[in-house]
Design a protein around this ligand. Structure first.
Ligand SMILES: [Zn+2]
Length: 421
């Protein structure tokens, strides 16, 4: 007599959910189509409100009883927290999904939701409308199949694509004390999950000089443009690509006319770093910039929009659990770190384990060819369902759980890539 192989509850749930979801594939696809066909540009408050209203009523249909906490905002899309308590007690798993897209109102007229050759396209389909559809159907599958899951806190934000100015505080408040955070942003190339993201800062360097006639009395002038030119070169020197630090002077303005020594100039800088030490180094260097002509005043404003999402043991442990479930489903994927930030960056510094890139498999975020691979919709939904069952039992505490330590060590030896996107 042979003993059947031991399978962890997450893998069992994922396989059961996969079969259940495969029978409902067309409904998932219809839900995705309906959601994509509602435009939700980050800068259109009225469309965001309508989109959120639609999403909440759809979640109510699919997931049943939920407690909805709205955080209205005057100009940005409202943050809304949907608590789905479920049968098991304990701290919730936070699921992050933004409902805004980078696509302006009217995009659908020329680019509606379409499926061709196994790819579903449309504005926001990959970033990240398919992710939310997968998340909601994962919860539905678990509940319909009576599989264990933790309490779930689904946080919908409407300003992620513009840096989350209105939702950041709510995200941080709601994440505190959660047992884990799953981010439904798109996966990286080939379906890889995201276990680290760079921190992002926006700095503005402004120079105030002294205007003077460039021909009659140039010595009385102090050029703000020259000061900014020096500053931009100093900014370039701060980059350290081997450590993951990049700086981009994406915009420079200044001066009034050719024959006037410039009184005003400015440079707009995007900074990305992979660790805190680099964040500190770059920020203090920027703030210490001084112009060659001491009569010019340089001011540096702005700061860190999203903190570094640094790789850590808790995230690695979550990733290994996901990878085991993926193996059971026959979908291999690796752990990747990327240059782009997400709302997950806000959660990592709170000490909550975060796993990102659990949304759609496809390509073309923010590009007019964005698409998802339709045959991954059911697999990825099943993966999420399995992961939620894995998280039902206990909180993610790798420091006291030796098997997790063991798998973390192995994870480090397996190919970790840096796509830098
Ligand atoms: Zn996104």
């Amino acid at each position: 007599m042979t003993t059947p192989p031991f399978r962890r509850p997450g893998a069992d749930t994922a396989l059961a959910a996969h079969d259940w979801l495969a029978d409902r594939y067309q409904t998932l696809l219809d839900d995705l189509a309906a959601y994509v066909m509602r435009e939700t540009p980050s800068d259109d408050k009225s469309l965001l409100d309508q989109g959120l209203h639609y999403v909440l009523s759809w979640i109510g249909d699919r997931c049943g009883e939920a407690t909805v906490h709205p955080y209205p905002h005057e100009t940005h899309g409202a943050v809304t927290v949907v608590d789905l308590p479920g049968p098991l007690p304990g701290p919730p798993v936070l699921i992050l999904a933004h409902y805004d897209t980078v696509w302006p109102a009217g995009t659908l007229a020329s680019w509606p939701f379409t499926i061709t050759g196994g790819r579903a396209g449309g504005p926001g389909v990959y970033d990240m409308k398919a992710g939310l559809v997968q998340g909601v159907w994962a919860i539905r599958a678990l509940d319909k199949l009576s599989r264990p899951r933790p309490p779930i806190r689904l946080l919908l934000s409407g300003d992620e694509e513009i840096g989350s100015p209105a939702s950041r505080q709510v995200i941080e408040e709601q994440a505190a004390g959660c047992r884990a955070c799953l981010v439904l942003e798109p996966s990286a190339a080939g379906g890889d999950l995201k276990v680290a993201r760079k921190g992002v800062a926006d700095f503005d360097i402004t120079a105030t000089g002294i205007e003077a006639h460039a021909g009659l009395e140039p010595e009385l002038g102090a050029s703000a443009v020259t000061a900014i030119a020096h500053a931009v070169l100093a900014v370039a020197d701060l980059a350290d690509p081997r450590r993951g630090t990049t700086l981009n002077a994406g915009g420079v303005t200044g001066g009034s006319r050719r024959n006037v020594v410039a009184g005003e100039a400015a440079a707009h800088i995007d900074v990305r770093v992979s660790d805190r030490a680099e964040a500190d180094r770059v920020e203090s260097a920027l703030r210490a910039l001084s112009p060659p002509d001491p009569r010019v005043r340089l001011t540096v404003s702005g700061g860190w929009n999203r903190p570094v999402f640094a790789r850590n043991d808790a995230t690695d442990s979550l990733f290994r659990r996901a990878q085991r479930i993926g193996a059971a489903l026959g979908i291999p994927f690796a752990a990747t770190q990327v240059g782009g930030a997400s709302d997950g960056n806000f959660v990592v510094p709170l000490g909550v384990p975060v796993l990102d890139g659990l949304g759609a498999v496809g390509d073309g975020a923010h590009a007019c060819h964005e698409y998802i691979e339709t045959d991954t919709l059911v697999q990825r939904t099943a993966l999420l369902a399995g992961l939620l069952t894995e998280l039902a039992g206990r909180t993610e505490t790798p420091a006291t759980h030796s098997p997790a330590h063991h798998t973390v060590a192995r994870a480090r030896n397996e190919g970790v890539t840096n796509t830098g996107t």
